[in-house]
Design a protein around this ligand. Structure first.
Ligand SMILES: [Mg+2]
Length: 294
């Protein structure tokens, strides 16, 4: 083999094989630092080299660029899969991951009070199980629907609601890793602002008041994750929605669902691990995460 051929072969091996360590790194640590644009432009380049090799029957050019095409495609697929799994498309590198958390049926048990008042007023026996089995609309006779919808507007409805199990500890844990925001569509019941704010100060004092958002449409929320029992809030939300299971949504299909706060922690810790695997997870947090799964 001539020296020219040796140089050409070694050069082809180096430029073709250069993507192997990159693929291993994306697979192991995530693709945070890899540019999708660079991969796409590089892929176009090697495909054009492949066409060139075929046109001139240059075997060395053909095999080198076939292998390069395969490796770049693998790197691109890993990068895009990682990006989709971490919901990282829009997050600036400089800020922590933001987790937005709904109130009613996610951290505050409004349903128990709602059903209690409804049954007292109507004489019905509406239960979470019935809602779970037939859906909210079918569980309430048409003649009582206006009553059901009006109950949250009563004075004192949002006072002293029970806390959803494990939500306090889970939000404490999440607050150490993420920026946690409470996002409630409180404009649906404007008179609820005071009661909701007091309830949050009583039960979640570690959430700064600057991280409490009472809004109308949650599209305005600029977060990476939204944990909510109403899937309609995910429609225009730009991050990843996690549907928190409640009786009224039990029959809905969801891309991502958590039945309790242990499952929310498991999902978010896994995402965070994919996002930055160089930072090992705190052992105590993982143990607690498992301990509070209900
Ligand atoms: Mg809710």
């Amino acid at each position: 083999m001539s020296s020219t051929s040796i140089i050409g072969t070694v050069a082809a091996l180096c430029t073709t094989g250069a993507f192997l360590p990159q693929i291993l790194k994306i697979r192991k640590q995530g693709g945070k630092d890899v540019s999708v644009s660079m991969l796409i432009v590089y892929l176009v380049g090697v495909l054009l080299w492949l066409v060139y090799g075929l046109m001139f029957h240059a075997r060395a050019v053909i095999w080198a660029n076939v292998v390069a095409t395969i490796l770049v495609t693998i790197a691109l697929v890993f990068k895009l899969t990682w990006q989709a799994n971490t919901g990282d498309k829009n997050r600036p590198e400089s800020r922590r991951v933001r987790v937005a958390v709904d109130m009613d049926e996610v951290i505050a048990d409004a349903l128990t009070r709602h059903l209690s008042l409804y049954n007292r007023v109507t004489g019905e026996n509406l239960t979470p199980n019935l809602i779970r089995e037939v859906g909210l609309t079918s569980a309430i006779p048409p003649k009582y629907r206006a009553i059901f919808e009006a109950l949250p507007h009563q004075d004192g409805f949002f006072e002293d609601l029970a806390v959803i199990p494990n939500s306090q500890r889970a939000l404490q844990i999440l607050s150490s890793q993420f920026d946690v925001f409470i996002t409630s569509a409180a404009m649906e019941v404007p008179d609820s602002f005071d009661a909701k704010f007091r309830w949050l100060r009583d039960h979640f004092p570690f959430i700064p008041t600057s991280n409490i958002v009472f809004c109308g449409d949650k599209e305005i929320v600029d977060a990476d994750y939204l944990i909510d029992d109403r899937s309609r809030h995910f429609a225009r939300f730009r991050g990843t929605g996690i549907l928190f299971t409640a009786p009224h949504n039990a029959r809905e299909s969801a891309k991502l669902r958590a039945d309790n706060w242990g499952e929310v922690l498991a999902i978010l810790m896994k995402k965070q691990s994919a996002l930055d695997s160089q930072e090992s997870l705190n052992t105590e947090m993982v143990e607690t995460e498992l301990a509070i799964s209900s």
